[in-house]
Design a protein around this ligand. Structure first.
Ligand code: NAD
Length: 504
């Protein structure tokens, strides 16, 4: 069962505007199976980047609220109301949850679009659908996972079993609120843990609905809690809590390092970091299909208005094809429709808020000062109150420029040329990040060799941003450690236990 996706995807702008007027977001936090205000009674405004208006007042969780959520999660873990169920029983609950999410596609998609500014068709087709599928996938996997018997010889039976860690704190960013939350919650719950989720300030609403749907699906109270609030308050309180066993974090590298510090200064909890990126798209001279490459490069930097950790923000093209390729990329970018994310015709929505818009514009200025030839990068329709931006292409920007080295997190493509594969590879690897990269070539052996040499958690060959829940996702270098997605993610939320039974 699910929503009628075909009908949702046929809707017009007017239909979505009417639906948005009728949506009534829940802004209270979700602890121990129910909604409640923050202990202080404090709230903050959740504004939409469409026009800057207030969508909801959201509970501003603080230390006391985080503590209440962690205690609820701990009680649920210790009494075994979730981890004590058989894998098959846990699977049934998670499958029902995935179903409830699909039934609420319209509401969840609206919340995601209003909070973040994603084009509504993408919220429906991609964000809600992927979150539901991720939960379904881990549900289906969890009763097919076997533990191990070690090769001990006849004198002993030695088992190696995976045990849940206990209470997991998940701290997520605003760019894919439902998807990134599900990458953490689904394997953590599948493994039998309890979870406290701290969504980003800009995007708490879909997570708060997700929690109610979980309980409606049969997830016992206290197993999944959501405490919205600022990073400084709720985020830090979770990171420093002495009874949290693990923090699963996605966000900026700067805040990721704070979580390492919080862990070191509290109980030494495990910390998994998925941080930012500056992903290169390396196009070699023998690349056969420049139109396909141009399409992927344009989408790779403009999807979700460039606010994607693995956005292909650096185009590195061999001198022999660079001008031809760049012309095609710019043509594709000119074809994008920037506008109201509730309009199904929109292909690129606004930047998430004023602070992020200012940040993106400041990098365009930096590139200009460093001598780049800039096209686009100007604010559109400021009278609407929304944060709309024309995508920017920064050509011939020096490699040492901050616009090339630092994550901008907006629709800004830095372009450079190289002469030959070795120079291209060297440029591709010359940033602090290592999240993702792509190489475009027609030579199979070159593709394999370059893929091996690229320092990144994911390398695409002749495509970009191809993804599914079965493929691990995460980075090397400053892009983080650990992996979301795939069966490997279950290892992130379990500890191996050795049990040695003497048979002699
Ligand atoms: P951010 O680091 O500012 O915030 C992430 C989360 O941390 C939010 O929930 C925030 O409230 C919290 N936080 C902020 N300051 C904190 C503090 N002092 N103490 C504790 N918690 C704090 O990131 P953002 O701006 O929300 O998201 C954008 C960043 O996320 C980009 O760098 C992007 O690359 C990264 N990202 C990475 C991935 C990945 O999988 N590698 C995916 C998406 C986004």
């Amino acid at each position: 069962m699910g929503a009628d996706l075909t009908a949702l995807l046929r809707r017009r702008h007017d239909d979505w505007l009417r639906a948005a007027e009728n949506v009534t977001p829940e802004g209270r936090m979700f602890v121990d199976g129910g909604y409640r205000d923050a202990a202080s009674g404090a709230t903050f405004e959740s504004r939409t980047p469409r026009d800057g208006s207030v969508v909801a007042l959201v509970a501003r969780g603080g230390e006391q609220d985080v503590d209440a959520a962690v205690r609820a999660a701990r009680r649920a873990f210790e009494d075994g109301r979730w981890r004590g169920l058989s894998p098959r029983e846990r699977k049934e609950v998670l499958l029902r949850w995935a179903g409830r999410i699909r039934e609420h596609t319209e509401e969840l998609a609206l919340l995601e679009t209003l909070d973040v500014g994603k084009p509504i068709t993408e919220s429906v087709r991609v964000d809600v659908a992927s979150a539901a599928f991720c939960i379904q996938w881990y549900a289906e996997a969890l009763d097919k996972h076997y533990d191990e018997v070690a090769p001990s010889g006849p004198g002993a039976l030695v088992t190696v079993t995976r045990e849940p860690l206990g209470v997991v704190g998940a701290v997520v960013p605003w760019n894919y609120p439902l998807i990134i939350a599900s990458w953490k919650i689904a394997p953590a719950l599948a493994a039998g843990n309890s979870v406290v989720l701290k969504p980003a300030e800009q995007s708490s609403l879909s997570a708060l609905l997700l929690a109610r749907l979980a309980v409606e699906a049969g997830l016992p109270d206290g197993v999944f809690n959501v405490v919205p609030g600022t990073g400084q308050e709720a985020g830090q309180a979770l990171g420093r809590h002495g009874d949290v066993d693990k923090i699963a974090f996605t966000g900026s590298g700067q805040v990721g390092k704070l979580f390492l510090r919080y862990a070191g200064e509290s109980n030494g909890k495990q910390v998994q970091l998925e941080a930012g990126g500056k992903s290169p798209q390396l196009v070699l001279a023998d690349s056969a299909n420049l139109d396909a490459a141009a399409e992927a490069i344009a989408w790779g930097i403009c999807y979700n208005a460039g606010q994607t950790c693995n956005a292909g923000s650096r185009l590195l093209a061999d001198r022999a094809i660079k001008e031809d390729l760049l012309g095609r990329v710019v043509d594709v970018i000119h074809g994008f429709t920037v506008g109201d994310p509730l309009d199904p015709a929109t292909t690129m929505g606004p930047i998430v808020d004023q602070a992020q818009l200012d940040r993106v514009l400041s990098y365009v200025d930096i590139a200009r000062r460093d001598g780049a030839e800039v096209t686009g990068g100007d604010r559109l329709d400021p009278g609407s109150g929304g944060y709309f931006l024309r995508p920017a292409v920064l050509d011939r920007v020096p490699h040492g420029s901050r616009a090339v080295q630092e994550e901008i997190f907006g629709p800004v493509l830095a372009v450079a040329e190289f002469a030959g594969i070795e120079e291209g590879l060297a440029l591709a690897n010359q940033t602090a990040y290592g999240l993702a990269a792509s190489v475009w070539t027609s030579e199979l052996t070159v593709a394999h060799r370059v893929a091996r040499e690229l320092r990144a958690g994911t390398v695409w060959v002749n495509t970009f941003d191809a993804t599914d829940v079965f493929a691990p996702f995460g980075g090397v270098k400053a892009s983080g450690s650990g992996r979301d997605k795939s069966l490997h993610a279950i290892d992130e939320y379990t500890a191996l236990k050795t049990t040695w039974i003497d048979l002699s």
